[in-house]
Design a protein around this ligand. Structure first.
Ligand code: ADP
Length: 400
């Protein structure tokens, strides 16, 4: 490794994931990927090569707290050791919320960081952690270009009516509106769709990002026009541990009758609901699909039913449908879930090719199918690396 490098960081509440790309011949090659988990309690670090071979591993023991700063320090030291010959060009960060202002990736300076801190109340469980390594690197390595890429930005093309809640204007103006998330995943999928299906790429597509967090996005001519997530990543589909859409009257009931405060409701809706809450067993789709328990079957049925309902809604927002695309952990790996979703969409013109679907695609609909169906693996890190490389190469583009 002696070329130029782009480091992608995805910092969460208890872990920092990283991916180091080498920038070669205009392309980006993944060289090392890994994570430090448990940064507040018993940290564990692992790094793998592009082929998945473990390159390094370390555990600190139960008594140790690294925090975000300690974790980034360790990572920097590791990269100096392992990739010392590589000139680090820039660091690209995944940042969950760009608010109403940041509608595309941006080069970070102190002013941008202050702007992003304003959105902490909009995503209190993610934004502060996303920003922690940015703040630290800005202080210690002010010469190192940093770029923020947002989960919300791809949805900035949604028409005003799709961004609006039916609430008074002053609340909307204060930022209470639909943003949508998983934007880097949708942007990546939209970027590779023309290689597979030119008609859909210039037409109407629904992408199902089905992972621990799940959402769906309606894309027209490459641009997002609607999605199932809204003000927060809690809205829309039933997820691993998140409820998805819920009648807001339930929240009033929980406050009035169950005397639950905001923190208790937050825990219920983010951590104890979804597949886990309904099944009473697990948030892991594999475990539920393997189980004969009625709760597990109900959870899977509800997951598929909610996708069916939202697909109808997004197809209505598009005014038609040319392609249905599956991505992320469940979407890429579960032929059973894909087949059920496709069969539910027969009325829309989806005719699933059972064999191709079981084989993993990428093309999983029959030749006769009016709507094509696809499995297209997502790559959010590569999307971040591409944006970062472009912004660093074109300083004039760096400002909002
Ligand atoms: P995250 O949202 O955390 O990035 P992923 O996209 O990795 O999550 O998706 C994790 C989900 O994918 C889990 O529910 C897991 O059970 C599911 N998954 C992974 N492989 C399979 C499989 N072969 N069949 C069904 N579900 C799978």
């Amino acid at each position: 490794m002696n070329g130029k490098g782009i480091l992608v960081l995805n910092a969460g509440s208890s872990s920092i994931k990283f991916l180091l790309y080498e920038h070669r011949d205009g392309g980006l090659d993944a060289q090392l990927r890994g994570q430090i988990e448990g940064i507040h309690t018993s940290p564990h670090f692992v790094a793998r090569t592009a082929l998945g071979v473990v390159a390094a591993e370390k555990s600190w023991g139960d008594e140790v707290t690294l925090g975000h700063d300690g974790a980034v320090d360790y990572l920097a030291e590791f990269l100096r050791r392992e990739a010392g010959g590589m000139e680090l060009e820039a660091v690209g960060h995944r940042v969950v919320h760009g608010g109403p202002d940041f509608v595309r990736p941006v080069r970070i300076d102190a002013g941008v960081l202050a702007g992003l801190e304003r959105f902490i109340p909009l995503a209190p469980l993610h934004q502060p952690h996303n920003l922690a390594p940015i703040r630290m690197l800005l202080a210690r390595r002010p010469d190192l270009p940093q770029v923020a890429c947002f989960d919300t930005a791809f949805h900035s093309t949604n028409p005003p009516v799709a961004q609006r809640f039916a609430i008074p204007a002053d609340l909307h103006d204060a930022g209470v509106r639909r943003y949508g998330f998983h934007g880097l995943s949708y942007e990546y999928v939209a970027s590779v769709l023309p290689e597979h299906d030119t008609r859909a790429a210039s037409g109407k597509t629904v992408v199902c990002h089905l992972g621990n967090g799940s959402s769906m996005c309606a894309i027209e001519k490459g641009a997002s026009i609607a999605s199932t997530m809204g003000f927060t990543a809690l809205d829309g589909l039933a997820m691993g541990t998140r409820s998805g859409a819920i009648d807001p009257g339930v929240l009033l009931y929980l406050m009035d009758e169950r005397k639950m405060d905001a923190r208790a409701i937050e825990k219920l809706l983010y951590q104890q609901s979804g597949l886990l809450g309904v099944s009473g067993l697990s948030s892991d789709m594999r475990k539920l699909l393997d189980s004969n328990e009625p709760g597990a079957q109900l959870a899977v049925n509800l997951f598929v039913y909610r996708i069916r309902r939202e697909l109808g809604s997004l197809a209505a927002a598009l005014g038609g449908l040319d392609a249905l695309i599956f991505t992320a952990g469940i979407g890429e790996n579960s032929a059973v879930i894909r087949e059920r979703v496709c069969r539910d969409a027969t009325w829309l013109g989806v005719d699933v090719d059972t064999e191709a679907n079981r084989a993993g695609g990428p093309h999983i609909s029959t030749r006769a199918s009016r709507v094509s169906a696809w499995v297209l693996p997502t790559n959010e890190e590569l999307m971040i690396a591409r944006h970062t490389q472009r912004l660093v190469a074109a300083p004039a583009y760096a400002q909002r």
